[in-house]
Design a protein around this ligand. Structure first.
Ligand code: SF4
Length: 488
């Protein structure tokens, strides 16, 4: 499907909207490219004003469908044109998207915005319903998530921050992966220098945050798969965190022990001994055939054994990640995975909907149509709430099958705090390691500045001094914050 937009509007939102109905839809610049199936949007006037005409159309399967309207408010031009196009696409395709015409990644943020304006959760949900045509089920999910987050968000102080540590290595590459992650086999010589460089960066961050009087709230070691490191290397990194950071203010310390093909009892014990109180073991699926399809070299039983080993070692807060829509999975297979994960009673269960990205090995055009079952899989996650869990964070990504969501569920009181802090941008995140992005949030919450580390481990190790130089930007940021306070 092609999209052709003409007039005083950008094509960005229309492309996002079209992809809800036609995944892979692409903007074209001239009519010659849009001869076949095509969506078109035309705003008549060059300087749109109230009363200007908007025309949207869809040429599909040999028929042409048109809708036209008069613009009511020039400042709402894009929104009004999107509403018109959404109504047309919904009518012609017969598809009722669960999230309506909402294309943004953080629906819960919209509810928080309304709460901050003094509305109730119910009024905020009404706003989403009337503005974006969000379905009742998704409104309930978003509202419940906002309720779980509210007390946590309200307790955040301006000096709070979290620490993210990136370990961008994995035992093998999963077919759906779009992260910068190197296989251990191809990176053996790099692991030790990476660990040493990472420790230098952690020490630098600790000195900087101490000097600025910031308060560390959560630590999250992710990747990649941190347990790709040897037990000794893992110990080195975690000892470095323990030696340099004041862990007494920390509410939660997570280490991803994502894959059983590199996680053993020794590493699980190191994680526990050095202060982490939350781990993540990520089956994605407990169907052996599906594990094989995604390039995993372990069985479902290995995951169950890993979980049992973690409990034996004393881990009392475990998250398990699942993905709905993996190649070769079925609704029955997904239900079976859900049942077996629920039987383990982990403290958190996070369900992602498969996202097709260009950087992954699953090709969008080939696969997108093959996942009609994904909505049923996501729907069946009601079994999780039925089992006593509640949603506590929720986000969406571009390219997610059927425009669906990713949701973190937890047993009461076991919210994964880092996930909420980062997703709702509640405080600054200091990141160490390749691919890390430091996000600095101003005290008034209005400004967010980002500092990017090098993406690839080799560059990170080789050009580390350049990263330290970039990180001087942290002091500039907080320095200007102080100036604002003294002059304001
Ligand atoms: S375990 Fe995660 S980071 Fe590693 S290859 Fe698989 S999806 Fe990518």
């Amino acid at each position: 499907m092609k999209i052709f937009v003409r007039g005083a509007v950008s094509s960005y939102e229309f492309e996002n909207l079209a992809r809800i109905f036609f995944p892979g839809a692409q903007v074209v610049q001239n009519t010659a490219e849009a001869r076949q199936d095509c969506i078109f949007v035309r705003v008549a006037a060059q300087k749109p004003a109230a009363g200007s005409r908007i025309l949207v159309g869809l040429r599909h399967q040999g028929a042409v469908h048109l809708r036209t309207a008069r613009l009511q408010s020039a400042v709402r031009l894009e929104y009004e044109a999107c509403c018109l196009l959404y109504a047309l696409l919904r009518q012609v395709t017969g598809i009722r998207p669960p999230w309506g015409m909402l294309t943004g990644v953080r629906p819960v943020r919209l509810i928080h915005n309304e709460l901050e304006r003094g509305l109730s959760v119910e009024q905020a949900a009404d706003h989403l319903r009337s503005t974006y045509d969000v379905s009742e089920k998704k409104l309930a999910l978003a509202s419940q998530t906002a309720r779980s987050q509210r007390p946590i968000a309200e307790a955040v102080r301006p000096e709070d921050y979290s620490l993210y540590i990136s370990i961008p290595f994995c035992p093998s590459r999963c077919s759906y992966c779009s992260f910068v992650s190197r296989t251990i086999e191809n990176s053996r010589d790099l692991l030790q220098p990476y660990v040493e460089t990472l420790c230098r960066e952690l020490a630098a961050i600790a000195a900087q945050t101490w000097h600025l009087g910031l308060r560390l709230r959560t630590v999250y070691m992710g990747g990649g798969t941190p347990t790709s490191l040897s037990a000794a290397q893992l110990r080195t990194v975690m000892q470095c965190v323990k030696d340099h950071f004041p862990l007494d203010t920390v509410q939660e310390y997570t280490v991803e022990a994502g894959r059983p093909d590199c996680t053993d009892e020794e590493k699980l014990a190191v994680i526990k001994e050095l202060g982490a109180d939350r781990i993540s073991i990520n089956p994605q699926t407990l169907q052996d055939a599906v594990l094989k399809n995604i390039g995993r070299r372990h069985s479902a039983q290995d995951i169950l054994d890993c979980f049992a080993a973690a409990r034996r070692v004393g881990h009392k807060n475990i998250n398990m990640d699942l993905i709905a829509g993996l190649p070769g999975d079925t609704v029955a297979g997904f239900d079976d995975t859900l049942d077996r994960v629920l039987a383990l009673r982990p403290e958190n269960i996070t369900v992602h909907t498969l996202t097709l990205k260009r950087a992954s090995n699953i090709v969008i055009e080939e696969r997108a149509a093959a996942y009609d079952d994904v909505a049923a899989m996501v729907q069946h996650c009601e079994a999780i709430t039925d089992a006593g869990y509640q949603p506590y964070y929720l986000y969406r990504q571009k390219g997610t099958l059927q425009n669906l969501e990713n949701t973190g569920f937890c047993l009461p009181g076991r919210e994964g705090l880092y996930n909420i802090y980062i997703m709702e941008e509640l405080h600054s995140i200091f990141s160490a390691g390749a691919g890390g992005v430091t996000k600095l949030k101003s005290a008034d919450g209005k400004k967010m500045e980002r500092i990017f580390n090098f993406k690839y481990p080799l560059e990170y190790v080789r050009d580390f001094d350049a990263i330290l130089k970039k990180k001087e930007g942290v002091e500039v940021f907080y320095g200007s914050e102080m100036d604002t306070k003294t002059t304001g």
